[in-house]
Design a protein around this ligand. Structure first.
Ligand code: GLN
Length: 500
C-alpha cells in the first residue's frame, strides 16, 4: 500500500504493543535531543572558558545557563499554539528543525562571535519542534487506548538515548584540544540534519496526523498565514537576543509569560462548549502546576547536585574509580533508558489485569519516590568522612530512585496532556506542559542558590551539611506534595471523566 493512503483509522488500529510510526518519531526525537542536550552540555563550560569561550565568570555563566534553559522551554508554548492554529505539527517540526540546525551551524562557524545569535535560533527552533513531536505521538492512539502510556514510555527512552549520546559526544569534542567548541556545535547540527531527514522520509506514514489545521481555507490565504508565522518567529530574534544577553530581563520575561499563558489558557478553556472538555482542561492544569514543583526539585541535578558531586563525593562506584560528575550527568539517562520501556510493559500488563493505577496516583507516587530520593541524598551525610567526602554508591542509589520518580511523572505527563486536550488545543497544552518545566528550571536555580554557602571558601564539611540539609527539606516538601495529590485525587479524577 502507498504510504500516502494511510488514514487515521488505519494508523490507530495497529496491532501489537507499539504503532510502527512510534519508532520513526522515536528516532527523530532521539536525534533532536542529541542536538539539544549536546548544546546544553557544553553551554556553561563554553561560556566560562576564558580563552576560547565567552570568558564569563562562573556566576554569570550559571545565570545565563538558567536563562537560556528557561527561554527554551518557554518558547514551546508559542510553538504549540502556532502549530494548533496555523502550521500543523509537521510543518512546525520541520521549521523548528531547520532553525535549530542554522543556530548550531552559525555557532560552529565562529563560536565567540555568533554564540548569542545561534542560541537565539536554538531557542526558537526548539519551541517549534519539541512540544509538537510529543503531540504527534499522542495522535497515534485512539481515545482510551490502554497502550498509550507504554508508547510514551518507549518514546521517553529515545529522548534519553539522544540526551546521553549528545551530552557525551559534544562535551568530548568541545573539551578535547584536538577538536574544540566548533566541532561540538557542528556535530549537534549534523545530527539534527539526520533527525530532520528521518522525519521527512517518514512523514507520509503519519497520514493526516500533524497536517495543517486550516486545510479548508484557500491555499493563498493559508500560505500568507504560514509565512507570517515564519516571519514573525524570525522577527523575535533581536528581542530574544537582547534578553539572553542581559539576564536581568529573564526575570521580567518569566514574570510575564506565565501569567499571560495562564490567561490565554483560561480564555481557551471557557471557549470550549462542552463542560466535559472544560473539566478535562482544568484537570490538565492541576498536573501542569504540580509538575512545576517536580522539576524545581528534580533539576537540582544540573545545579546543586553537580556541585555536591564535585565537592563532596568519593570517586569509587562499586569498586570502580569514576569521576562523580560523570555519574551525576549520565546515571539518570542510563537508568531511564533501561527502565522506561520495562515500566511501560508493567503498565500494559497491569492494564490487562485492570489494576493499572490512574494518572493522578502515578503522579502522587512520582512525588513519593522524589521524596525518598532526596531523603537518600540527605542520608549521604551519615557516610561522610572527616573531610566531608561521602559515598558515591549511596548518591547513585538516590539517582536510581529519582529516575523512578521521573518515570512516574514525565512520560505519563506527556501522555495525559494528549488524553485531556481537545484536538484543537493539543499543541498549546503540550506547550504549557513544557512551560511548566521552564518555571521548574527557573525555581531549581533559586532553590539551589538558597542551599549553597554564601562563603566561597566554606569547608567541604560545611558544604556537605548545607546541601544535605537542603535535600532533607526538599524530601519533606515532595512528600507533602505527593500526599496532597493523592488526597485530592478523587476530585481530579472527577474532572477527568472517563480518562484514566
Ligand atoms: N528529559 C525530558 C526531555 O528532555 C523532559 C524534560 C522536561 O520536561 N523538563 O524531554
Amino acid at each position: 500500500m502507498n504510504n500516502s493512503e494511510y488514514t487515521l483509522e488505519q494508523i490507530q488500529s495497529f496491532e501489537g504493543k507499539y504503532p510502527k510510526q512510534l519508532w520513526y518519531l522515536f528516532l527523530t526525537e532521539m536525534w533532536e535531543r542529541f542536538c539539544f542536550y549536546g548544546m546544553r552540555g557544553v553551554l556553561t563550560i563554553f561560556m566560562a572558558d576564558q580563552v576560547l569561550g565567552l570568558a564569563l565568570s562562573d556566576k554569570d555563566a550559571n545565570l545565563k545557563y538558567g536563562a537560556i534553559q528557561a527561554f527554551v522551554y518557554a518558547f514551546t508554548f508559542i510553538g504549540g499554539i502556532f502549530a494548533d492554529k496555523i502550521l500543523g505539527f509537521k510543518k512546525s517540526l520541520f521549521f523548528g528543525g531547520l532553525v535549530m540546525i542554522s543556530g548550531n551551524i552559525l555557532i560552529a562557524l565562529a563560536p565567540q562571535n555568533f554564540f548569542y545569535l545561534g542560541i537565539t535560533l536554538s531557542i526558537i527552533g526548539t519551541g517549534f519542534f519539541k512540544p509538537n513531536i510529543s503531540s504527534m505521538v499522542g495522535a497515534l492512539y485512539k481515545e482510551g487506548d490502554p497502550r498509550r502510556d507504554a508508547g510514551f514510555g518507549l518514546f521517553y527512552s529515545g529522548i534519553n538515548i539522544g540526551a546521553l549520546l549528545g551530552g557525551f559526544v559534544c562535551v568530548y569534542l568541545g573539551t578535547n584540544p584536538n577538536y574544540g567548541w566548533s566541532y561540538a556545535f557542528l556535530s549537534a547540527a549534523f545530527v539534527m540534519i539526520i533527525g530532520l531527514v528521518t522525519f521527512v522520509f517518514t512523514r507520509k506514514s503519519l497520514g493526516p496526523i500533524g497536517n495543517s489545521p486550516i486545510l479548508e481555507v484557500p491555499k493563498n490565504t493559508r500560505l500568507t498565514r504560514e509565512i507570517l508565522v515564519y516571519g514573525g518567529a524570525l522577527l523575535t530574534i533581536p528581542l530574544i537576543f537582547i534578553m539572553i544577553k542581559n539576564t536581568e530581563y529573564t526575570d521580567y520575561f518569566m514574570y510575564t509569560i506565565g501569567p499571560l499563558a495562564l490567561v490565554y489558557f483560561v480564555y481557551e478553556t471557557l471557549k470550549e462548549k462542552e463542560k466535559t472538555a472544560r473539566n478535562k482542561l482544568w484537570a490538565a492544569m492541576v498536573f501542569i502546576i504540580f509538575s512545576i514543583a517536580f522539576w524545581a526539585f528534580f533539576e537540582q541535578s544540573g545545579g546543586s547536585l553537580a556541585l555536591f558531586a564535585k565537592n563532596n563525593l568519593h570517586s569509587s562506584l562499586l569498586g570502580f574509580d569514576i569521576n562523580p560528575n560523570i555519574v551525576n550527568n549520565t546515571s539518570n539517562s542510563l537508568f531511564v533508558i533501561i527502565f522506561s520501556p520495562i515500566l511501560g510493559l508493567v503498565w500494559l500488563g497491569m492494564a490487562k489485569r485492570k489494576i493499572e493505577p490512574n494518572t493522578v496516583i502515578k503522579f502522587g507516587v512520582g512525588f513519593l519516590f522524589l521524596a525518598l530520593a532526596f531523603y537518600v541524598f540527605y542520608y549521604t551525610r551519615f557516610f561522610a568522612d572527616a573531610e566531608g567526602l561521602t559515598s558515591l554508591n549511596i548518591f547513585t542509589l538516590a539517582y536510581l530512585i529519582i529516575t523512578f520518580a521521573e518515570l512516574a511523572l514525565s512520560p505519563i505527563g506527556l501522555s495525559i496532556m494528549t488524553k485531556l486536550s481537545p484536538q484543537r488545543l493539543s499543541g498549546m497544552m503540550m506547550g504549557l506542559w513544557f512551560l511548566a518545566s521552564a518555571y521548574g528550571q527557573y525555581a531549581a536555580g533559586l532553590l539551589g542558590a538558597g542551599m549553597s554557602s554564601p562563603d566561597e571558601n566554606a569547608s567541604q564539611v560545611t558544604k556537605l551539611q548545607l546541601y544535605t540539609e537542603g535535600y532533607q527539606q526538599l524530601a519533606i516538601y515532595a512528600l507533602i506534595a505527593g500526599v496532597l495529590l493523592i488526597a485530592i485525587s478523587p476530585i481530579v479524577r472527577k474532572l477527568m471523566h472517563e480518562v484514566k
